[in-house]
Design a protein around this ligand. Structure first.
Ligand SMILES: [Zn+2]
Length: 418
């Protein structure tokens, strides 16, 4: 059985027009904005049109089900998100959310006999306008009222005020938690957002794990001096030390693994003047690796390098580290089911880690979870240039549908986490 690619394409192209920026062609549907609200209404209409029921929880997560579910067995969930970053692409999230709806439509149309219900889910605020992976965090962990009240958006507005405008109840937003064991399995179809599938000539990526993330700030402390009167040999130039440290990062990442990445995205210099030797230089760091031990080793290597370089330049270095986010391994049983489905269709598939965060990392806390990737053209994402061929989208949809049927028929290898 296959998905209806014409219908899926029509839906994706229609959703693309909601929140579309005229100048760039990008999509701006930040969560709970008027464009996001319009996209949600549109999605609900598509579900109702297909004879499906939609339930919305207190955080705006939408769960879609058939009116006459086959059984009361624990359901299989699939889905993603329809919010976007400002001026983002039309497939990040939207592909998995619409493909989930398409799979439900096909299962209903074909009256496929299944042992378990299949439900589609659209998570709220995946892109973190108010909080990174807000909706799925609410499902996996829940929020108390104080935390929700403290949340502000990219534009400085309060989540509580936005919910009040929407007529939503903040107390209901504290009652979104789904208990471990309530969901049999979760599968998310998503674009890769990186160049590896395209470069390798693969149709389908079976995601092995979602990268762990560490980071924070390193502050190099030297001495501010006159740029004209202080001889080079007498300086403790904080920025020169920080700069040398940054040049060591590519080598450190390469020494850990092929998947390790380290980025400095911001540099601050004090006192800050063209004629002043920098006394302090602060660099932000973001380092990632799909393996827990390698992530720790990477963090240690970065810190060691900073101290060595600082020592050579007569500087001290202090760290302000964020709480690391552990890598999330995905379920081996479901991965086998995805790979087997790709085989049956004759699609070229490969295992690969996800370098980006996804709602799946929260779902993995309460249910056996896996992800299917399709290639991203030139690896572009979070940009109007984000694109995937319709042939690849069709292949991803077919593999998702076959995986859901196998999981809901209990024919697949049992999810290992179950
Ligand atoms: Zn996404």
């Amino acid at each position: 059985m296959r998905i209806d690619i014409d219908r899926l394409r029509h839906d994706l192209e229609t959703l693309r027009t909601i929140g579309r920026a005229a100048e760039t062609g990008g999509v701006s549907r930040t969560s709970f904005s008027p464009a996001d609200a319009e996209a949600r209404r549109w999605y609900v209409e598509r579900c109702v049109e297909a004879g499906l029921d939609v339930e919305v929880d207190g955080l705006g997560n939408m769960v879609v089900r058939a009116r006459d579910e086959p059984s009361t067995a624990k359901p299989v969930w699939t889905g993603s998100h329809i919010d976007s970053v400002p001026d983002g692409g039309f497939l990040d999230g939207a592909l998995g959310a619409i493909a989930a709806l398409e799979c439900l439509r096909r299962l209903t149309e074909e009256k496929v006999p299944l042992a378990r219900p299949v439900r589609a889910v659209v998570f709220a605020d995946e892109e973190g306008n108010y909080s990174h992976l807000l909706g799925s965090t609410g499902i996996a962990k829940g929020f108390d009222r104080a935390r929700l009240e403290a949340m502000t958006g990219r534009d400085g507005d309060r989540l509580a005020d936005r919910f009040a405008e929407l007529g939503w109840d903040l107390d209901a937003a504290t009652r979104t938690k789904v208990e471990p064991g309530e969901v049999h399995a979760f599968v998310e179809l998503h674009i890769e957002q990186g160049p590896n599938l395209e470069a390798g000539g693969f149709d389908i990526g079976v995601v092995t794990s979602i990268v762990g993330l560490g980071g924070g700030k390193a502050r190099f402390q030297g001495r501010a001096d006159h740029a004209g009167t202080t001889p080079m040999a007498k300086r403790a130039d904080a920025l020169l030390g920080a700069a040398e440290f940054l040049t060591t990062l590519p080598g450190l990442a390469a020494s850990i693994s092929d998947d390790a990445v380290v980025t400095c995205g911001l540099i601050g210099v004090e006192p800050g003047g063209a004629n002043v030797v920098p006394g302090t230089a602060t660099v932000t760091l973001d380092f990632r690796d799909p393996d827990r031990d390698r992530l720790r080793a990477l963090g240690e290597a970065v810190e060691r390098s900073a101290r060595e370089v600082a020592g050579r330049h007569g500087l001290t270095v202090t760290w302000e580290l964020d709480t690391p986010v552990a890598p999330v391994p995905l379920d081996e049983g479901i991965r086998e089911t995805i790979a087997a489905a790709a085989e049956r269709f004759g699609y070229r598939h490969t295992d690969l880690p996800s370098g980006a965060g996804h709602d799946s990392q929260n779902m993995a806390l309460i249910a056996p979870t896996a992800m299917i990737f399709v290639p991203s053209k030139d690896g572009r994402s979070h940009s109007p240039a984000e694109d995937t061929s319709w042939a690849d989208i069709e292949r991803g949809g077919n593999v998702l549908l076959a995986t859901l049927i196998a999981l809901a028929s209990d024919e697949a290898p049992a999810p290992r986490g179950a």
